[in-house]
Design a protein around this ligand. Structure first.
Ligand SMILES: Nc1ncnc2c1ncn2[C@@H]1O[C@H](COP(=O)(O)OP(=O)(O)OP(=O)(O)O)[C@@H](O)[C@H]1O
Length: 275
């Protein structure tokens, strides 16, 4: 069955019922209760979003010097205090959208991007981010520019490492940590800077299954807070959707579907079935 999706939609009704029978991917049992992807969390009852892109365009200059559009009228909204996964085929613009969320890494040419502050980006390869000799020194590194006492720094570092389950590794030389443990140190660094938004780019690419689950569970704990954090995670791994409150799917520079994990899974399975 062909499904033409040109704007953010959710799949429902007869289409959905007809497709469910052919699905091959089912959600594994979840270890947490996802929040409603359409939740409202502000005091006045209106929806509150920590990440919001509206009709965003991003262009880059290609190797030949020509300007290449990468994001084309891309829109997305991530509710406060939720973990959302961003999926889509290679080259559709996922990382670009994440980088556009951090002005400076990639500046939109048109449209609006609003991301709550402070915000942090965690890279795919922790070796590009975790640079100090010990876990403690690395998490403390970003705090140097703040006017904090030594005791405050120590306290923040410990609390941040504890949030990702790494409080027993304070003095551990970085080169002796696994990839997943380094990723958790990188996340702790963002938390120590009291980041309200975490932008996460394929964090588990280089990790085995144990480390993958360790990082996913750490991010879930961090998102739950307190204080709660909002997170957008780019992934190709469908099993990671089981940890998300919501999901968005991109194609050709724009978000074509955004909402519940079940809807995005259904859409991906539909696409697989069409191949
Ligand atoms: N600085 C740049 N110069 C030239 N092309 C770029 C640049 N940045 C991104 N692109 C192109 O924009 C497109 C989208 O790239 P992006 O990395 O955002 O995709 P992606 O969906 O994250 O891909 P993947 O899943 O493979 O990581 C690709 O075709 C990429 O080659």
């Amino acid at each position: 069955m062909a499904l033409a999706v040109t704007a953010p939609v959710s799949i429902g009704g007869a289409d959905r019922a007809a497709c469910l029978a052919s699905l091959t991917l089912r959600s594994r049992s979840r270890r947490f209760k996802p929040r409603s992807p359409a939740c409202t969390s502000s005091v006045d009852g209106r929806a509150s979003f920590d990440i919001e892109a509206k009709n965003l365009f991003v262009e880059v200059r290609g190797d030949t010097g020509l300007v290449v559009p990468v994001l084309k009228n891309c829109s997305i909204r991530i509710p406060q205090g939720q973990l959302w996964m961003l999926l889509g085929p290679n080259g559709c613009g996922k990382s670009t959208l994440l980088k556009a969320s951090l002005y400076g890494l990639m500046r939109p040419s048109r449209g609006q991007m609003r991301v709550a502050q402070p915000k942090s980006f965690v890279f795919q390869n922790p070796d590009h981010q975790v640079v100090m000799p010990t876990a403690e020194a690395d998490v403390a590194f970003g705090l140097g520019r703040l006017q904090l006492t030594q005791e405050e720094v120590r306290d923040r570092v410990w609390r941040s490492l504890k949030a990702v389950g790494m409080e027993n590794y304070l003095q551990r030389p970085i080169q002796t940590l696994s990839g997943g443990q380094k990723q958790r140190v990188a996340i702790a660094g963002a938390l120590a800077e009291t980041s309200r938004v975490l932008l996460l780019d394929e964090l588990t690419t280089f990790l085995d299954e144990t480390d993958q689950v360790g990082v996913l569970e750490a991010v879930r704990r961090v998102v739950a807070g307190p204080p709660s954090v909002t997170s957008l995670w780019v992934t190709h791994r469908l099993e990671e959707l089981n940890y998300a409150d919501g999901a968005a799917y991109m194609e050709n520079g724009r978000v074509v579907l955004s909402g519940s994990v079940a809807d995005v899974m259904d859409y991906i399975n539909l696409k697989k079935a069409e191949l």
